[in-house]
Design a protein around this ligand. Sequence first.
Ligand SMILES: O=C(CO)[C@H](O)[C@H](O)COP(=O)(O)O
Length: 202
Amino acid sequence: MKLQLALDRLTREECLRIAKETEESIDIIEIGTGVIKEYGMAIIREMRALFPDILILADMKTCDAGKHEARQAFEAGADITTVMAFSSDLTIKDTLQVAEEMGAQIMIDLLEVHSRDRLAELKELGVQLVSLHVGKDKQTEGKFNTALFSLVEGFDFEVAVAGGINLESLPEITTHHPDIIIAGSSITGAENPASVAAEMKK
Ligand SMILES: O=C(CO)[C@H](O)[C@H](O)COP(=O)(O)O
């Protein structure tokens, strides 16, 4: 089970500091969508240079122009980039093709997707990695809960989970054996990010 640190709504300096403080406990550094909007591909390049041995995920949340955006992220040094599950099948196919060509990976973000039919279509398209995700705004109505695993039950996907996950909710979530736990604000907003990340990893 990998731990992915989501760096969202932070300055460049905060991203670098928190990644440095937590690097021993994390397997994947996620450059959040808002951070990419602020700093562009430059921050992915910078993180790649600073953390050559940690996987980097660019949370591009691509929903169109898939080939171009996937290439952009991978050329900047990302190992994984995200594509929205509601995107056209053509977009998903194109990004999977670019990932294969470049030896990288696509994570399909299931944000607001509730239909298992769509999961079957994603499987058919060749998707391997999906993320069950309760968005930031939706978290005001409730954070990630284990009932959400029913969407992917019976499908052979690698599964990441995200949406306000913290030390309190983690033990129940891990009983479902997701492949990747994504934690953002519970680490980045903590007084001591390194100790929360270490505790989560443990
Ligand atoms: O993709 C995201 C927001 O769209 C976040 O990376 C994800 O939700 C994890 O952050 P948090 O633990 O703060 O919810």
